[in-house]
Design a protein around this ligand. Structure first.
Ligand code: ZN
Length: 72
């Protein structure tokens, strides 16, 4: 089954084989709540690794990034 996932930022199709993604992507999901103009809306998007790095590099405060000690 083709999932046909695209990066929302650059529209590039994410590589996959037999329904399994062959590259890691950022998946964003936000259910907006009462204090938001977007109350009751649910946003989702995907970013490829390149777009993710480009976007977070513009942050005033960098992302918190830790080394994973154990791979599950
Ligand atoms: Zn992208």
């Amino acid at each position: 089954m083709e999932k046909n996932i695209r990066c929302n930022a650059c529209a590039r199709r994410i590589k996959e084989e037999n329904g399994i993604l062959k590259e890691d992507i950022f998946e964003g999901k936000k259910e907006w709540g009462y204090f938001s103009r977007l109350d009751l809306k649910v946003d989702t998007f995907f970013l490829c690794e390149d777009c993710y790095e480009q976007i977070v590099s513009k942050f005033q405060i960098p992302v918190t990034r830790k080394d994973k000690l154990e791979v599950m």
